[in-house]
Design a protein. Sequence first.
Length: 333
Amino acid sequence: MRKAVRCLTAPGAIALGLLLGALSSHPAQAQARPTPAVCRIGVNVEDIYDLDMARDSFGAILWIWSVCPSPDLAPLGSIAFPTASASLSLSPIETVDLASGGQYASRRMQGTFRYNWDMTQYPFDRQHVVIAMDEAQYGADRLVFEPDDAESFVSPDLRNRLDEWTLSELGLVASVSEEASTYGLPDAAHGARYARLEVAIDLERDHLVTFLKLTSGVFAGVFIAFLSFFYDANDRSGFGGKLGLLVGVLFAVLLNLRTADSTIGDTGHLTLVTRIHLVTLVFIVILALVALRDRRRVERGLSVRHPDWPMLAVTGGLYVAIIAWTILTAAWR
C-alpha cells in the first residue's frame, strides 16, 4: 500500500487516477453530475522542521484522519501531495467501523515539501506555509472533502521547538480543483476534477539573532572604512595605505554578501540584507572617490583638511539615515 501511494505523487499518476474517477462518475452521455459523498478530513501538524530557505523546502510530520459515510470510500489510500519533493514516509492506514455505517481512518505522514520562501523583508518576514492534499482516485463528482476544523490542531510543543518563529493557528481549506484538459484520455466527457485540502500555517519571524550575525561584518567594515578620513591627505605616502584600506573593506563586504545570500537564499530578489550590502558598497566607493579628490588637490598644491570633519559628518550621517530608513521600511511592511 505504501509503495502504491508514493507513486501517486507523480503528476502522471495523479492525472490518470483523476480521469479514471471522472470517467466512472461521468459517462459520455451523462447530462448532470451526481451529488458527491462528503468525507471529513482532519490534520494534526506534529512537527515542522528543516526550514531550508536556500533550497526552498521544509520538512513536516502530519497525522491525517478521515470520516467517510461508507467503507468503500477510502481517500487516505489514494491521497497525493503535489508539493512533496522527496519520497513520503506513510504509515499503514488504521480503520474503525462506525455505528452509523461510516468508517474512520487515520495514518501518519512524513516528508519534505517545496515552498518558495519569500526573504525580501527578512528578518521581518511572514511566511504562509501550505501543504496541499489531492484525492486522486474517485474524482470530485463522487467525493469531496470537508475540513474537520474543530478537531485539527498543531502539537503544542512545536511552538517551543520553532523558537525563531511565532506560529498562527492551523487553517484548513477544502476545495475542488478543475483541469480543462482530459490529458488525452478518450471518451472523457469532462476534464479532471478532484477534491483538495490545503493545510496552512502562518509563520512570523520574531528573532533577529541571525540577521545581526549576517550584518555585523558589514557594519564593522563601514566603521573601518570611515577611519580612512584620519589618513593625512597632505602626506603623499599615505594615499596608498588609505586606498588599500578601502579596497580591503570592499572585498570583505562582497564576501559577506555572498555568505548572506547562501544562508538565507532568495538570490533572485533584492532582499533587505542585500540592500544593506549594496548601500555599503556604494558608500565605500564614495569614500574612495573622496580620497582620490584629496590626492588630486594635494598634487596641485592646494590645502586639504585633516581630518575632514564636515565630509565625515555628511557621509556618515547620510549612511546611517539610509540604512535606518531601509530597515524601518522593511519592518513596517
